[in-house]
Design a protein around this ligand. Structure first.
Ligand code: F0G
Length: 484
């Protein structure tokens, strides 16, 4: 039976008889000085004792995980099994919080680590290697499906019937997709008004999610969805949910797999709500603890300049993990300043337009684990980098290109060496947000100014402009000869 007495938000869930693995996997407060633990069958997004975030932790001694990462290669020949096909669940032994027969998969994680010589040149990685982990190939077109598969599995394990999230678009698209494919739950999504790109909104609407458009931005929607899910007992799938991050660890497992288990020098990732960076840090810490890798890569988290809380707190105000003793006053003072100035997040990279990242503390821990750095990049830098990624054939949405823009910045600062092996995570597909792409390449100055100029973007250095021609054969032939 679920521990309903210890958690007021489980009213809607009925306990199921097959809750197993609770003795080898559990939830634990991330603050070592607290360390309160909770069963893996409980639904909670914070520690009851101190209010901090929770981890899913495993008793590796008893679980006896594989002693070589190459163990996972044995699954390649069993792709006919859904759990071996899934790029998340073929690493089941590294996230074994649910019984295998409760796992929900829709074939997520069939993603690529691809080299892109053009992007490497642009970034300035010369002699080393620049690789792009292209998460746009997921079923809903973003990395979110990695985490959603895990959170959804947990929700299914405890028999949830409704699941909710606040979203800048991709989490909601992913949740809506899992609900519509599996019919196991109803999706309830909270979005900021006018804050979500049409590509993502169209997915949520098409997949039938109950879509709540809040008069406010993502930070407002996030605060509300926490209240509402608590009040109505709806399962929350935002990345405050520790099970989400278990799925997102596998992005790094696939990077290692593609590198034949060699650890790269750098992982560069955009930072929004900071779930990915937190999950990556946890993945590497666990692999090291189990003895599957002997060193961890360095981590670079890249904020957009218009949504740069992590950059401000980490690089300018010196906020650190500090063994779990985070100086909360630094964070709280900064948030009070934001409120006093009525400053809202604002960037063309709408996916990461977030000022109050819910995973801040976990991300600080990841930066500690991975000797990390944080940078901010302008919308101009993001869009130029995005155009370079597109020219290399892996179209991504603006937020994703923050990783490439950030890598370029770090090379120019001498932090990343040109001889390093660098992995930039491309978090979402190009078609998620065509408005920014088309405005970047347009010949229509009004359109450029309306969409991009208002954000301080002045030029489109890598624009591929459409050629306007009259509808006449000889004129068309002449133009092709002139431009090709
Ligand atoms: N890239 C894309 C394409 C995203 O959709 C997000 C987050 C991020 C990067 C940032 O990742 O939160 O793990 O730091 N999107 C969330 C959403 C907030 O609601 O879809 P993070």
């Amino acid at each position: 039976m679920l521990a309903a007495g210890r958690c007021g938000i489980v009213r809607e869930f009925r306990a199921i008889s097959v809750v197993t693995l609770t003795d080898v996997a559990f939830q634990r407060c991330i603050v070592p000085a607290c360390g309160a633990t909770y069963g893996v069958d409980e639904v909670r997004v914070a520690c009851d004792v101190c209010g901090s975030l929770l981890d899913v932790v495993y008793d590796w001694e008893r679980l006896k995980p594989p002693d070589k990462l190459s163990f996972f290669e044995t699954k390649w020949s069993r792709r006919y099994e859904p759990l071996s096909l899934s790029g998340v669940w073929r690493f089941y032994e590294l996230l074994p919080f649910a019984p295998r027969d409760r796992v929900v998969t829709i074939g997520e994680g069939q993603t690529l680590l691809q080299s892109s010589p053009g992007v490497a040149k642009y970034v300035g990685v010369d002699g080393g290697e620049l690789l792009l982990q292209y998460e746009g190939l997921n079923p809903s077109g973003s990395f979110k499906d990695n985490g959603m598969s895990a959170a959804f599995t947990h929700a299914h394990t405890i028999n949830a019937k409704r699941a909710a999230c606040a979203s800048t678009g991709n989490t909601s698209a992913s949740l809506a997709l899992y609900c519509s494919v599996t019919k196991l739950m109803r999706a309830v999504i909270f979005i900021g008004s006018g804050k979500i790109s049409y590509g993502k909104l169209s997915q949520a609407l098409d997949f039938g999610a109950l879509t709540m458009q809040i008069a406010g931005d993502f930070d407002d929607a996030m605060a509300r969805v926490k209240e509402v899910s608590s009040q109505l007992g709806i399962y929350l799938v935002n990345s405050v949910n520790p099970f989400r991050l278990e799925g997102q660890k596998t992005i790094m497992f696939r990077v290692l797999e593609a590198l034949r288990w060699e650890v790269p020098d750098w992982i560069v990732v955009p930072g929004g709500n900071l779930g990915n960076s937190s999950a990556f840090g946890k993945a590497f810490a666990e692999l090291k603890e189990i003895g599957l890798i002997d060193r961890v890569p360095r981590l670079a988290v890249i904020n957009a300049k218009g949504a740069d809380t992590l950059y401000e707190l980490y690089e300018n105000r010196g906020l650190r993990w500090n063994g779990g003793q985070i100086d909360g006053a630094i964070r709280d003072d900064y948030y009070a300043e934001l409120d006093a100035a009525e400053k809202r997040a604002s960037t063309i990279a709408s996916a990461i337009e977030i000022n109050r990242p819910v995973n801040l503390e976990k991300c600080l821990r990841a930066l500690d684990t991975c000797d990390g750095v944080v940078r901010e990049v302008t919308d101009q830098q993001i869009l130029d980098a995005k155009a370079q990624v597109g020219a290399g054939g892996l179209g991504c949405e603006p937020a994703s290109a923050a990783s490439v823009a950030g890598a370029k910045l770090l090379v120019s600062q001498g932090v990343i060496a040109p001889s390093d092996r660098v992995v930039c995570v491309l978090t979402g597909h190009q078609l998620k947000d065509p408005t920014a792409t088309v405005a970047y390449h347009t010949t229509d100055q009004d359109q450029f100014n309306r969409v991009l100029g208002s954000r301080g973007v002045k030029r489109a250095a890598f624009a591929n402009r459409a050629v306007a021609v009259p509808n006449q054969l000889d004129e068309i032939v002449k133009a092709i000869q002139l431009y090709s």
